[in-house]
Design a protein around this ligand. Structure first.
Ligand SMILES: Cc1ncc(COP(=O)(O)O)c(C=O)c1O
Length: 452
């Protein structure tokens, strides 16, 4: 028996894996919950417990788990052509086909795709492309990026700097503070009580414009935002917010980057949310996660034809576009994305996300009546529940981990983020499964509140 066979996965993991977002104080004793099997809407852990996946792995397994068709498409591509250099004028069939699909189905005139390995790298690429674009235009001072408090954009150095969630920064060094600036989150629940939604929207748009003026419009290059903030707590912006911010960007010659890592590929009932749901066509759109339903890593940064024209025009001749990743346009990942899209189309999963999503939001609305629930919000298959110690003061109650643990005992996986519980199931979910998730949260909160 080899050492790998004799030790349990739990023990090897506890000894050697440096987990993201792990609390080391409890990890040393508890170790990880090892997920061993996954099929459809369910995962099974190493204790044999079958759990309804209320978070699609991590906002990504949109078509549900364990699809043989996906395995076959991935295997087929490995057999046909596993990998080859994507640099220079070398490419592969799935990368070309996927780029064509993305350019055809994405909003506005996004015409070219820069591939990477996930959301963080796709956001890093977006910022490098913005900087390169303005350099090529001769606007060398136009490099600042405005992001938002509570926005989440990833964990590589620049993506982490774009991220506006305070807790992700503690103990870490910072880079980018000279060119990355944050404005307020669009957080309807936390706005002053006597402020209407429309007034709040005016406030946010004015704040944004003032920040541009303060920084100097000739130095501000782009704004980046998620259509609906995910990890920041499922924050849905006031009506008209994105469109108006987009218009301000255009007024000051800025680019709008839509981080659709979570919202693209069906979570909000559309391939892409920016234009269909929020009425603006971004200059750059970033996607990952749902593009392959998480079966294999892939990120994509889509740029407009205007940006492409500038960065590819004759003046660049002789100067290489020297920005490349070994796994750019990886054929196996792109083949997985194409099969994922085919499955979503064939099974009409966007329509399911719309109907199941409406059901989920309606069923969850009653949670607001529970003690310690301050807000219930979301859209389609993104749901956030905010826990408060006092409904009057809205003081946060950071006990979501306890509620999530209790949901797990009821056979349902939800995601705890501080004082927020997040739900983002596969878009294959049916209405009964939505009810199961909501009732597990309901019962877990009631149990928690009764023990306080
Ligand atoms: C909106 C958003 N952008 C970017 C990322 C980073 O993606 P990844 O973890 O694939 O690098 C995430 C991850 O959750 C995300 O939610």
């Amino acid at each position: 028996m080899t050492i790998l066979e004799s030790a349990s996965a739990w023990a090897m993991d506890r000894a050697h894996v440096l987990h993201p977002y792990t609390d080391f104080s409890t990890f040393a004793e508890e170790g990880s919950q090892i997920i061993e099997k996954a099929s459809g809407m369910y995962v099974t852990d190493s204790d044999g417990r079958r759990i309804l996946d209320g978070i699609a792995g991590l906002w990504c397994v949109n078509i549900g788990h364990g699809r043989e068709e996906m395995a076959e498409a991935i295997a087929r591509q490995v057999i046909d052509m596993d990998y080859y250099n994507p640099f220079g004028h070398s490419s592969n069939v799935p990368a070309a086909k996927l780029a064509h699909w993305l350019a055809t189905n994405s909003p506005g005139n996004l015409s070219h795709v820069y591939y990477s390995c996930g959301g963080s790298t796709a956001n890093d690429a977006a910022i490098r492309l913005v900087h390169y674009y303005f350099s090529m235009k001769g606007q060398h001072r136009k490099k600042k990026i405005i992001s938002r408090v509570n926005g989440y954009h990833g964990a590589t150095y620049v993506a982490a700097s774009l991220t506006g969630i305070h807790g992700t920064k503690i103990g870490f060094d910072r880079i980018g503070e000279d060119f990355i600036h944050h404005v307020s989150a669009a957080d309807l629940y936390s706005r002053p009580r006597d402020m209407s939604e429309a007034d709040y929207c005016d406030f946010l748009v004015n704040e944004f414009e003032n920040r541009i003026l303060q920084l100097g419009p000739d130095t501000v290059a782009a704004f980046i935002a998620e259509p609906i903030m995910g990890a920041g707590g499922v924050l849905v912006a006031p009506d008209g917010y994105h469109r108006r911010i987009y218009e301000v960007c255009k007024r000051y010659g800025m680019l709008y980057i839509a981080d659709e890592v979570v919202t693209a590929f069906g979570r909000l009932g559309e391939w892409f949310a920016s234009e269909k749901l929020f009425g603006y066509a971004p200059d750059i759109l970033v996607c990952a996660k749902g593009i392959t339903s998480g079966y294999i890593p892939l990120g994509a940064t889509l740029i407009s034809s205007e940006i492409y024209e500038v960065i590819s025009r004759p003046q660049c001749e002789g100067g290489l576009f020297s920005m490349g990743l070994t796994y750019f346009g990886h054929p196996v990942a792109c083949a997985a994305a194409l099969k994922n899209i085919e499955i979503m189309e064939r099974e009409n999963l966007l329509a399911n996300a719309r109907s199941a999503g409406a059901h989920l939001q309606a069923a969850a609305a009653s949670l607001i009546n529970l003690p310690v629930v301050g807000d219930v919000r979301g859209s389609h298959l993104m749901l956030g529940i905010e826990l408060v110690a006092d409904k009057g003061t809205r003081a946060p109650l950071p006990k979501a981990v306890e509620i999530a643990r209790s949901c797990l005992e009821r056979g349902v996986m939800v995601r705890p983020i501080g004082n927020k519980i997040v739900v983002s199931p596969p878009i294959t979910i049916d209405k009964d499964q939505c009810d199961t998730i909501v009732s597990a949260i309901n019962d877990s909160i009631l149990e928690f509140a009764s023990g306080r």
